[in-house]
Write a protein that binds this ligand. Structure first.
Ligand code: EPU
Length: 422
């Protein structure tokens, strides 16, 4: 297993090119199922999760050809199953449910189970798909879904679940009649999926807002031009925090400030200079880090996927910050590891109080999930001395060429092998 070795303490300066968004790429890959033919996707990030999704497509009979433009042939779907060995690696495989039901009238998807950040049930996915006429039974760890004819329906989700909204949306585009999803997730990745489905011939309005209206159509086809995936706002935010935490100056290129309003506001409150360009964002810090209070919330609120990274930053603030996590019940796994680097953080249920310290010191730490790992990298970049981060396969799931991109802005970082001195 690989580890990441960081010699911290260098201010990072320069430009980072931002990759395509993981959480947009995954639903888009599944959405190709609803439109038989050859799809071409550009700016698909090279990530373990994307590979897993392409393997899932391969398993159901849709081969892909990798290159700068990835080609996926969904002319034929031979099986409608997302097996456990793939779902357990990546929860987002549950996104096969809606598209397979729409394409084949049946779907057999292994239940994702819990994960490091919480229980993460899929009741809202099922509730929405049931409203469209699907029936489900659970057996042997699988959810087996069936439908004769998808029918449009009006529904209200109990919470604005991102992949739940996406699953329902991908089925509703081929339903007979009109569907309204209220209290839908409004994340930019949902908006992107709506736009992609429209490029396939669907009639989706309001994706990216809490109310999505869909007029079902009878068939969909791949777009004539390659579709380019939107930039990853969480990757962008992570590099901007790298500038902030090291007292550096980083410009993220191919980045959309409009998708990161809440994060950029917090960075300003924390004492950073933020420049919002047309398709770039620059963050620099020269003064001290100021304490800030943060509460995670669905988009356009502060994203839970940036909570751990901001906690790393605020661990070096000149005072106490409070971070409240409202989306996932167990997303403070990074705290115990940040403490090993010298941070002072108390947790009371979903509230973390971060008492700023003067400096962090390098140590060996263990990554527990993707964004927790990112926060450890950031803390390691600011810490004095050497930090070794174990289990970095989590990072490979969500950050394309992390070590290369960090090195290019002056970080002393390299990969090594666990169990071997670096
Ligand atoms: N929830 C339910 N029932 C459901 C669905 C969700 O109770 O049927 C709960 C969840 O347990 C959670 C909350 O609702 O407490 C929100 O979960 P959501 O369904 O929105 O999360 P997700 O769709 O499983 C996506 C991202 C996550 C990101 C969350 C929140 C993808 C592939 N994943 O997950 O990304 O944290 O939305 O924004 O889009 C990551 O990239 O590191 C990551 C975890």
């Amino acid at each position: 297993m690989d580890k990441l070795i960081i010699e911290g303490g260098e201010p990072l300066r320069g430009t980072v090119p931002i990759s395509g968004a993981k959480n947009a790429a995954l639903p888009l890959l599944m959405a190709t199922i609803v439109a038989p033919g050859e799809h071409r996707l550009a700016n698909l990030p090279e990530l373990a999760d994307v590979e897993s999704m392409l393997s899932l497509l391969g398993r159901i009979g849709c081969p892909s050809l990798i290159g700068p433009i990835v080609r996926i042939d969904t002319s034929r779907v031979a099986w409608c199953e997302a097996p456990y060995d793939l779902v357990r690696k990546m929860r987002a495989s549950v996104l096969a449910l809606g598209p397979l039901l729409a394409r084949c009238g049946e779907a057999h998807v292994s239940l994702p189970g819990g994960c490091a950040i919480g229980v993460r049930p899929i009741d809202q996915h099922l509730k929405g798909l049931e409203a469209l006429g699907c029936t489900f039974r659970m057996e042997n760890g699988y959810v087996h879904g069936k439908v004769d004819q998808l029918r449009g329906a009006e529904m209200r989700l109990d919470m604005p679940t991102v992949t739940g909204t996406e699953n329902i949306l991908m089925a509703a585009v081929l339903a007979d009649g009109h569907t309204v999803i209220d209290n839908a997730a409004a994340e930019p990745e949902v908006e992107e999926l709506g736009a992609f489905l429209n490029a396939l011939g669907a009639k989706v309005e309001g994706a990216g807002t809490p109310t999505i209206r869909i007029q079902g159509v009878t068939s969909l086809a791949p777009p004539t031009r390659p579709w380019s995936i939107l930039p990853d706002r969480i990757e962008t935010g992570t590099y901007l925090v790298a500038a902030a935490i090291t007292g550096g100056d980083i410009t993220c290129e191919n980045a959309r400030a409009g998708d990161l309003v809440a994060v950029l506001n917090i960075l300003e409150q924390a004492g950073c200079t933020v420049e919002r360009g047309e398709d770039s964002i620059r963050v620099a810090r020269t003064g001290p880090i100021l304490p800030v209070d943060i509460t995670t919330a669905p988009h356009p609120g502060f994203p839970t996927d940036m909570q751990a990274q901001l906690m790393a930053l605020l661990s070096l603030a000149g005072g106490d910050s409070r971070i409240r996590e409202t989306i996932f019940e167990n997303r403070f796994m990074h705290v115990a590891e940040l403490l090993r680097l010298g941070a002072r953080i108390d947790i009371n249920l979903n509230l973390a109080t971060v008492h700023g310290v003067r400096g962090l010191q390098g140590a060996t730490v263990m990554a527990t999930d993707l964004r927790a790992s990112a926060s450890l990298v950031l803390a390691g970049l600011a810490a004095q001395g050497r930090t070794e981060i174990l289990r970095i396969y989590h990072l490979d799931r969500g950050y394309e060429k992390l070590a290369e991109k960090l090195s290019a802005v002056g970080a002393r970082v390299r990969r090594g092998e666990e169990g071997r001195p670096g």
